[in-house]
Design a protein around this ligand. Structure first.
Ligand SMILES: Cc1cc2nc3c(=O)[nH]c(=O)nc-3n(C[C@H](O)[C@H](O)[C@H](O)COP(=O)(O)OP(=O)(O)OC[C@H]3O[C@@H](n4cnc5c(N)ncnc54)[C@H](O)[C@@H]3O)c2cc1C
Length: 472
């Protein structure tokens, strides 16, 4: 059942402004369009008419997975979106049977499941979202326009609009009034500085430093490039020893998008030979087998992610009315776990939920952060927990992390043998179910049983040995 109603539900204001027309901004604009007479989505870049990446979203050149919960949420906001992507060459697949996933010395135990995954380039997704948002009658997209600050009431208690930077040299900035302003301007958001300047202070930050580097390249896709039955190749490093991994996803135009990554500045080179050699050094030969024979169609693109970074707006004692921060501007994750867009979609859903129940905007931000923080907490725990397996990771490690990691390592090992355990893990990583499902008695028992079997047969199990087929 759709979580978000398409028709105008209740109107709580005349004008909403969203800063940033990437995923978080577009999803926010979609939700706000149900509750405001007019929504203005403001983007610094000139937005491309065709499917291509742009300056403000440079990460779009790298593999972008939409987790199943994100697909579901985006599909509720834009019915038929996934079909539209598929019609344009995106590849829809069954996660459990087609993702060939190597981790901790074994392949996961593939089985026919019910959780879908989709492979497409990020620019294709963005172009489809943009077209859908542009078609909403009360949404206006203002491009090539940068926001320079916030307009406020005299006592600073309420944000009353945004300051549009003039594009003429020496020109005067102008104010665009709004009942609510949503900052979706990404990790580089200036909300901390703006709020500080208004006397609210900066939000407390949590940062977990991993210095991950992505190097990505596009290849022609042909039948037989990957082992039969697989559509995605996923090789994760066995922490704390291995630091390199990679992912290959099918994208539109019969192409593969190959992303190689490394922790702690051990990044893949951008030249032909170096890229191939890095792929050869991974724990599974799958990605090397592909890149060593497939035809490259692009140069290598590079992106460096120093850390997962979270700004705790939910903990601020004082916050102005008429203002919200969403998406990467609140929390940007180590991208290896593919969570950012799904978290942004859940935040948009949370915004829709809180707006639906109100007649005014008073107290909106607190109600929003209270809901949104639940998704952020889970995603943060999953991503940073895995990163804390490395002694080189810098950041404040919660006291329970080592114990949790011991159990999740056992879950990883069991996922190579037991499809019920792997199925539960797929549900959790796709944010369809809470991590607590991994602690259900039958799963714990299966995890222990599979690990005992592994200990009795210590040599690396490189092909799946399936213990059971789940009743799902
Ligand atoms: C290498 C990499 C790989 C990733 N892989 C995945 C993945 O597999 N799956 C996943 O779900 N997520 C992934 N992510 C995260 C994902 O890219 C983001 O979560 C997603 O783009 C949503 O971010 P956002 O919309 O909040 O901000 P952004 O995407 O950063 O967009 C911010 C927008 O605001 C605009 N802007 C900035 N400042 C201003 C201003 N002052 N005025 C006007 N406009 C402004 C920018 O031009 C831009 O359009 C990855 C990230 C990286 C870095």
């Amino acid at each position: 059942m759709s979580e978000v109603n398409n028709s105008m539900t209740n109107t709580v204001g005349k004008h909403a402004v969203v800063i940033g027309a990437s995923v978080a901004g577009m999803l926010a604009a979609r939700v706000l369009s149900e509750h405001f007479d007019h929504v203005t989505l403001i983007e610094r870049d000139v937005l491309p008419d065709e499917v291509k990446s742009r300056k403000g979203v440079p990460q779009a050149q790298h593999a972008h997975a939409i987790l199943a919960k994100g697909m579901e949420t985006m599909g509720n906001l834009f019915p038929g979106l996934m079909k539209e992507l598929e019609n344009d060459g995106a590849v829809v697949m069954d996660f459990a049977s087609t993702v060939r996933w190597f981790h901790y010395g074994s392949y996961k135990a593939a089985f026919q499941g019910t959780v879908s995954s989709i492979g497409e380039s990020r620019p294709l997704l963005d172009s489809k979202l943009r077209a859908r948002v542009a078609a909403i009658p009360n949404v206006e997209i203002k491009q090539a326009c940068s926001i320079n600050g916030l307009a406020t009431s005299a006592d600073h208690s309420r944000i009353t609009g945004v300051i549009l930077q003039s594009d003429a040299p020496g020109g005067k900035d102008t104010v665009l009034n709004a009942d609510i302003v949503v900052d979706a301007s990404g990790r580089g958001s200036r909300s901390p500085q703006w709020l500080d300047g208004l006397g609210y202070g900066k939000p407390e930050e949590s940062e977990v430093r991993v210095n991950v580097g992505y190097t990505s390249r596009v290849y022609r896709r042909k039948a037989g490039d990957v082992p039969a039955g697989s559509s995605v190749l996923y090789v994760l490093p066995a922490a704390p020893v291995e630091k390199r991994g990679g992912v290959v996803i099918p994208i539109e135009g019969d192409r593969w998008l190959v992303t190689l990554f490394g922790y702690f500045n051990d990044h893949a080179p951008t030249d032909d030979k170096g890229f191939c050699e890095f792929a050869r050094s991974l724990a599974s030969p799958d990605i090397y087998n592909l890149v060593s024979q497939a035809e490259p169609l692009s140069e290598c693109a590079v992106y460096k992610v120093p850390s997962s970074l979270r700004r705790h707006y939910e903990k601020m004692n004082h916050f102005p009315e008429g203002y919200l921060v969403m998406g990467d501007a609140v929390c940007s994750f180590n991208p290896i776990f593919g969570q950012g867009m799904t978290v942004a979609s859940r935040e948009a859903n949370a915004l829709g939920n809180v707006l639906k129940t109100r007649r005014s905007l008073s107290g909106l931000s607190r109600a929003f952060y209270k809901q949104a923080v639940q998704t952020i907490n889970t995603a943060w725990m999953l991503a940073t927990g895995e990163d804390f397996r490395y002694p080189e990771t810098e950041g404040v490690k919660p006291f329970y992390t080592n114990l949790l990691n011991k159990y999740t390592l056992a879950v990883h090992h069991a996922s190579a043998r037991d499809t019920r355990v792997y199925g539960a893990f797929i549900d959790v990583m796709n944010m369809l179910k809470p991590p607590t499902v991994l602690f259900a008695p039958d799963i714990v028992w299966r995890v222990l049983r599979a690990n005992k079997a592994t200990q009795q047969q210590p040599e690396t199990n490189r092909q799946p040995v399936t213990i059971t087929t789940p009743a799902r």
